[in-house]
Design a protein around this ligand. Structure first.
Ligand SMILES: Cc1ncc(COP(=O)(O)O)c(C=O)c1O
Length: 405
């Protein structure tokens, strides 16, 4: 029996990260590869109490089919929360999704035809590339620096593109953040050129010292689709996210959502709405920030100790950035090394990372590497960085050694 695959199925690829995570399952390995939040931050007691409350009070409704738009009180909460952050959002614009990953899938279905041009940051979130690819777009990377896309480059590529997909806060994979001035310039390009924006913000609450500037959506609400998530501030296993859509686009996203899964699990939505009551996140999120900040500091300190500089040590050394929040740090290997080739050697030294090339729409930087600092403990981070430095030194030695016959 042969199945003839649809054209779009050929565009679906296994996630490089999931493949790498298999390697990291080797016992004893310290993994900087995963993008998973720290399970120690999951609010298990609050969830337990909320589950009992929902089942006790609302059990029948919580286990029944429900509205595709999402659970009313949760949509209200999202709208209010975003209003406090300066966005003009009505609850009628909020579509609760099964993770923000589903938001990306719905956006792809509603906005991309085969051959449509889609603009992304360089590099960008791999899961977005995976969500867009089956719709067969031409995905174009826009030149970017340590603050995200360059406004002039965006302007030059904007004409005719279906949208630009942007991650202004503590971006996955680089950890970088768009400054206020950059946001203003990017929003102006979108307004001038009529370029729709997809703003993906799962990490915005995870700042260390200072909240990031207001969302692009607050500058350009009619032209921006905003994606949020509960994965990094509560727990990813809930699969709860949301899309805030301009009213003109909302019905189409809703139809796509109905076709995809009718609605996001009612039980999870009600439990989370219950947990969020009474300002729970105001107490909970600061504990996540403090933990991730300490872990980020530990990684930066260990890198400084291992490489003898604070991030920019010249072409012969590892380079890294200093994220102001989120879960990731972006690094660049010394000249002559390649992150894909380094990985097996690193795994031999019991440490793993994600080669950065997975995150590029085109022309990857083979020296780039993503390090996550949130799942290992501080002690593991310190040991992992030492192991990584040893693997890099060995790879450098080998690359310098004259080839033997
Ligand atoms: C940038 C970005 N967008 C979206 C997602 C998907 O998150 P969710 O768990 O809400 O589907 C992730 C997950 O890591 C992410 O890094």
């Amino acid at each position: 029996m042969t199945f003839t695959l649809a054209q779009r199925a050929h565009k679906m690829n296994p996630s490089v990260i999931r493949e790498i995570l298999k390697v990291t399952e080797k016992p004893g390995i310290i993994s900087f590869a995963g993008g998973l939040p720290s399970a120690d931050t999951f609010p298990i007691e609050a969830m337990q109490a909320a589950c009992a409350q929902v089942l006790g009070q609302d059990g029948k409704a919580a286990l029944q089919y429900a509205a595709s738009e999402g659970y009313g009180p949760l949509r209200d909460w999202v709208a209010q929360e975003l209003q406090q952050q300066g966005m003009r959002v009505g609850a009628d614009q909020v579509l609760i999704t099964t993770g923000s990953q589903q938001g990306l899938d719905l956006v792809a279905k509603v906005l991309i035809d085969a051959g449509s041009r889609v603009l992304v940051e360089t590099p960008t979130y791999l899961g977005a590339l995976q969500a867009f690819a089956p719709m067969e777009p031409v995905i174009e990377g826009v030149a970017s620096d340590d603050q995200g896309v360059l406004p002039d480059a965006l302007r030059a590529q904007a004409a005719g593109a279906r949208f630009a997909y942007l991650l202004p806060n503590f971006q996955n994979p680089t950890g970088r953040t768009m400054s206020e001035a950059r946001r203003a310039a990017v929003a102006q390009v979108a307004i001038d050129t009529g370029l729709p924006l997809i703003e993906d913000n799962p990490y915005g609450d995870l700042w260390f010292d200072q909240a990031p500037p207001p969302a692009l959506a607050s500058r350009h609400p009619e032209g921006t689709l905003y994606l949020g998530s509960f994965s990094k501030i509560l727990a990813p296993g809930l699969r709860l996210g949301y899309v805030v859509a301009p009213r003109a686009l909302y019905p189409k996203l809703l139809q796509a959502k109905q076709a995809a899964d009718l609605h996001t699990p009612s039980f999870n939505q009600r439990v989370v709405a219950e947990v969020l009551k009474d300002g729970f996140l105001q107490r909970h999120v600061p504990t996540i920030r403090a933990r991730y900040q300490a872990q980020c500091q530990a990684m930066l300190g260990a890198l400084e100790q291992a490489f003898g500089h604070s991030g920019q040590g010249g072409d012969d050394s590892l380079a890294w950035n200093r994220p102001a929040g989120g879960m990731f740090l972006w690094t660049r290997l010394p000249a002559g090394l390649n992150a894909v080739d380094l990985l097996p050697l690193a795994v031999e030294h019991n440490v793993a990372f994600v080669p950065g090339s997975a995150f590029y729409a085109a022309e990857p930087d083979p020296r780039s590497m993503r390090l996550s600092f949130v799942t290992p403990s501080v002690a593991e981070i310190e040991r992992g960085v030492v192991a990584l430095a040893q693997a890099i030194a060995l790879a450098q030695e080998r690359s310098r050694a004259p080839a033997t016959a």
